[in-house]
Design a protein around this ligand. Structure first.
Ligand SMILES: CC(C)(COP(=O)(O)OP(=O)(O)OC[C@H]1O[C@@H](n2cnc3c(N)ncnc32)[C@H](O)[C@@H]1OP(=O)(O)O)[C@@H](O)C(=O)NCCC(=O)NCCS
Length: 169
C-alpha cells in the first residue's frame, strides 16, 4: 500500500512539473489585449490597448512573455531607443500573482538583456520603479541595476517618487 501511494505521489508530482512548464517567447501585436489585462491586474499605471499594439509593432521592441500551458502569465516590455540597441528601456514588467516567486520575473528581464547583448555587445538599460516596490527593486538590484536618480512625484494613484535604475552590459 505504502509503495502504491509513493508511486502515485511520484506520478502526480511529475504531472505537476509537466503542467508547470514555462516557456519564453517574443509577444506579437495579437497579444496586446492579454498584456493589457495582466498589466491592469498587477499595476496601478496602465496604458491604452492601442499603445500596447503600437509598442509591440515597433522595430526596437525586444520584449518577452512567459507562458504556462500556452497562456501568458507575465511579460517584460523592453524597447530600444534606436536601431543600434545602445539604449534600452524596460517599460514594464509584470507576472500574474498566482505565478510569482518562480523566477519568472527574473528570467523575463534576463531574456531581454541577453537578446540585446546578442544584437549589440554594450548597452545601457534604464527603468523606473516606485520607491515602495520592494519586490521589484530587489529583483532589479539582483540583476545588477543601480539606483541613479529620482523623479519626484513621478507616479500617480498614489502619488510617489520614481527611482531611476540603470544597468550597463
Ligand atoms: C516584480 C515582479 C515582476 C516579480 O516577479 P516574480 O516572477 O515573482 O519574480 P522572481 O520570482 O524572479 O523573483 C522574486 C522573488 O522571488 C524569489 N524566488 C524566485 N524563485 C523562487 C522560488 N522557487 N521559491 C521561492 N522564492 C523564489 C526571488 O529570489 C525573489 O526574491 P528576493 O527578491 O527575495 O530575492 C512581480 O512581483 C510583479 O508582477 N509585481 C507587480 C508588478 C510590478 O511591481 N512590476 C514592476 C514595476 S517597476
Amino acid at each position: 500500500m505504502k509503495f502504491i501511494l509513493l508511486l502515485l505521489k511520484k506520478k502526480i508530482f511529475s504531472f505537476n512539473k509537466q503542467e508547470m512548464q514555462i516557456t519564453y517567447s517574443h509577444p506579437t501585436t495579437s497579444d496586446a489585449e492579454v498584456l493589457d489585462k495582466i498589466n491592469r491586474s498587477c499595476m496601478p499605471e496602465n496604458y491604452d490597448v492601442s499603445d500596447w499594439r503600437l509598442i509591440l509593432s515597433l522595430n526596437g521592441n525586444i520584449s518577452f512573455v512567459a507562458k504556462i500551458n500556452n497562456e501568458i502569465v507575465g511579460y517584460c516590455l523592453c524597447l530600444s531607443d534606436n536601431f543600434l540597441y545602445e539604449k534600452c528601456t524596460i517599460v514594464s514588467l509584470a507576472v500574474l500573482k498566482d505565478h510569482r516567486k518562480l523566477s519568472i520575473g527574473t528570467k523575463l528581464l534576463l531574456k531581454c538583456i541577453v537578446a540585446v547583448k546578442n544584437k549589440n555587445k554594450s548597452a545601457i538599460f534604464t527603468l523606473q520603479c516606485r520607491e515602495s516596490n520592494e519586490n521589484a527593486l530587489k529583483l532589479y538590484k539582483h540583476l545588477g541595476f543601480q539606483v541613479t536618480g529620482r523623479e519626484v512625484s513621478y507616479y500617480n494613484n498614489p502619488i510617489e517618487d520614481g527611482l531611476i535604475l540603470k544597468r550597463t552590459i
